[in-house]
Design a protein around this ligand. Structure first.
Ligand code: 9D3
Length: 255
C-alpha cells in the first residue's frame, strides 16, 4: 500500500471554516498536488442527543459553556481510528488553547517531519479538563492575545507545517528558510522605483558590491533584532559568544 501523505485532522464545531485559507496559494496548490491532506471532523456528529448537544454549564458556576468530555473523547476516538485505517503512523493530538505552550518554529519543524497532526479546536470557554488529561493531549497557543476560537489557530499551525513539507517551497525559498534559522529578524528590502516620493534606496544596494551588500544586510538584521526583539537578540549573542570561544579553543589546540 502507498504511504499516506502528511494529514491534518481538525476536530471542530465549524468544519465549514476548512480548508478556508488553506485552499489558496502555495499551500492550496500543495494540497491539490497531493503533498498533504485535510480532514475536518464535525464535533456535532458525536453529540449526546438529537438536539446536537455538545456542551454544558461549568460546574461551580460562572459564565459560558464547556465542551463535554464524552463528546470530545468520542470524536477523537473516531479520528484516530480513521487515521490508523488509512495507514497513518500515530501523531500528536494538540488542543489549541490560550493556555497552551507558545508555538515556535522548532515545534513546527518537528510536526512537519511526522505523519501529520490531530487538532482539537475549542469554542465557548473551552474543553472539560478531564479529557485533556485522560488522553494526554498537548496544549498549544499562538501567543498572548485572544482569538474567538481555536480554528484560526489551527489554520496558522497547518500553514506553518505545510510550507516545510518536501516539494512545497522552491529551492531558493528553502535556502532562505535555513538563513532565517540564524535567529535574526530580516533586513529591509527595496525595489523600483529608485526614487519614490523623494525617498531613495541605501547607496550600498546600488553599488553592485556583493560583499558589502551582505555585510550591510547582516548589520541591519542585527540592529532591527536588537531594537525590536531583545529576547531573540540575547539568544543570538549567547550563541555567537559560544561559537567564538569554541573557535578560540580550536586555534589554541592547533597552536
Ligand atoms: C475569559 C477567559 N478566556 C481566556 C483568555 C477564555 C477564552 C478566550 C478565547 C477561551 C478560549 C478562547 C478562544 N481561543 C482559542 O481557542 C485559542 C487561542 C487564543 O485565543 N490565543 C492564542 N492562541 C490560541 S490557540 C486557541
Amino acid at each position: 500500500m502507498m504511504r499516506p501523505n502528511w494529514t491534518a485532522s481538525v476536530v471542530t464545531l465549524f468544519p465549514e471554516m476548512f480548508p478556508g485559507l488553506l485552499g489558496e496559494s502555495l499551500v492550496g496548490r500543495a494540497r491539490t498536488a497531493g503533498i498533504w491532506s485535510l480532514d475536518a471532523i464535525d464535533i456535532r456528529r458525536f453529540a449526546i442527543n438529537r438536539h446536537g448537544t455538545v456542551d454544558d454549564a461549568p460546574f461551580g458556576g460562572g459564565p459560558g459553556l464547556i465542551m463535554r468530555p464524552d463528546v470530545i473523547d468520542a470524536a477523537l476516538d473516531a479520528v484516530l481510528e480513521s487515521r490508523a485505517a488509512a495507514g497513518h503512523a500515530p501523531c500528536p493530538v494538540i488542543y489549541l488553547s490560550p493556555r497552551g505552550t507558545p508555538l515556535v518554529q522548532a515545534r513546527v519543524r518537528a510536526l512537519a517531519e511526522g505523519s501529520g497532526v490531530v487538532l482539537l479546536c475549542g469554542r465557548y470557554e473551552g474543553v472539560d479538563q478531564r479529557v485533556i488529561e485522560a488522553r494526554a493531549v498537548e496544549e498549544v497557543s499562538l501567543g498572548d492575545f485572544v482569538l474567538s476560537g481555536g480554528e484560526p489557530a489551527a489554520i496558522c499551525l497547518i500553514d506553518a507545517c505545510v510550507r516545510l513539507l518536501p516539494g512545497v517551497l522552491g529551492a531558493a525559498e528553502s535556502l532562505d528558510e535555513e538563513s532565517f534559522t540564524s535567529g535574526l529578524l530580516e533586513y529591509p528590502h527595496f525595489t523600483r522605483p529608485q526614487d519614490w516620493r523623494g525617498r531613495g534606496v541605501p547607496e550600498v544596494l546600488l553599488s553592485g558590491h556583493h560583499e558589502r551588500v551582505r555585510e550591510w544586510r547582516r548589520l541591519q538584521a542585527e540592529e532591527i533584532t536588537r531594537l525590536r526583539r531583545p529576547d531573540l537578540w540575547a539568544r543570538y549573542e549567547a550563541i555567537r559568544a559560544k561559537a567564538r570561544s569554541s573557535a578560540a579553543v580550536t586555534s589554541e589546540r592547533k597552536g
